[in-house]
Design a protein around this ligand. Sequence first.
Ligand SMILES: NC(=O)c1ccc[n+]([C@@H]2O[C@H](COP(=O)([O-])OP(=O)(O)OC[C@H]3O[C@@H](n4cnc5c(N)ncnc54)[C@H](OP(=O)(O)O)[C@@H]3O)[C@@H](O)[C@H]2O)c1
Length: 214
Amino acid sequence: MRIGILGSGLMGAKLGTLFARAGHEVVFSYARTREKPRRLAREAGGKARAGTPSEAAQSADALLLAVHWSRVDDVLKQAGDVSGKVIVTCSLPMNAANTELVVGHTSSGAETLAKKVPKSQVVCAFNTVPSEVLFGVYAARRRALRPSLVYCGDDPRGKTTAALLIRDVGFEPLDAGPLRMARYTEPFALLFAQLAYEGKGGPELAYRFERFAE
Ligand SMILES: NC(=O)c1ccc[n+]([C@@H]2O[C@H](COP(=O)([O-])OP(=O)(O)OC[C@H]3O[C@@H](n4cnc5c(N)ncnc54)[C@H](OP(=O)(O)O)[C@@H]3O)[C@@H](O)[C@H]2O)c1
């Protein structure tokens, strides 16, 4: 697949690198310096390159949106026409201080995004794990038991694409249903961040849902 990375920070850099390692054509874009996406592309190897958000979007089969909530409008403006594109968003609708969600209960960041890009297929994924665990999960991808990763969306094609990318990174995709389920996955992401960053043992934390039937 051709994947455009919109936001080459902690999440975009790592996920883009892992998508490239999994064999996808990746375009890193949107950072404060032009050098950063270039460096990421060099380091990722494979079929990775750097570009503008518009170049990242142009030929992409899927886009990863990985910017702070306050930058969403700007990066979408720079990306241009994203009609028909699958947009996998890991962006959480956080305030400037990153202390609380600014959208919730009756909507979610993912649904708010979907309204901004009504001709795109938005899937909410990768927002429930810290960036620090991603390379470790990828390294452990051949183990029998994979960590779970919840995702949600309204478009079947978008969800199939997201599930494939989730698997490529080393998680077991867990379909949580329609995009409105982001109202629950986004607060869950904050619980998870609390456990990862404030709990014991460090942020290299993932989760796994299991059933225990009698
Ligand atoms: N980090 C996590 O573990 C994690 C986990 C789950 C969800 N999330 C969510 O995922 C999203 C991305 O998080 P992140 O931690 O990857 O964020 P980040 O490290 O701050 O990355 C954001 C990217 O946007 C770029 N950027 C910021 N302001 C810009 C500007 N004015 N012009 C051009 N580029 C600009 C940054 O450039 P520079 O690279 O130059 O700084 C960076 O590449 C957020 O919505 C966050 O809530 C993060």
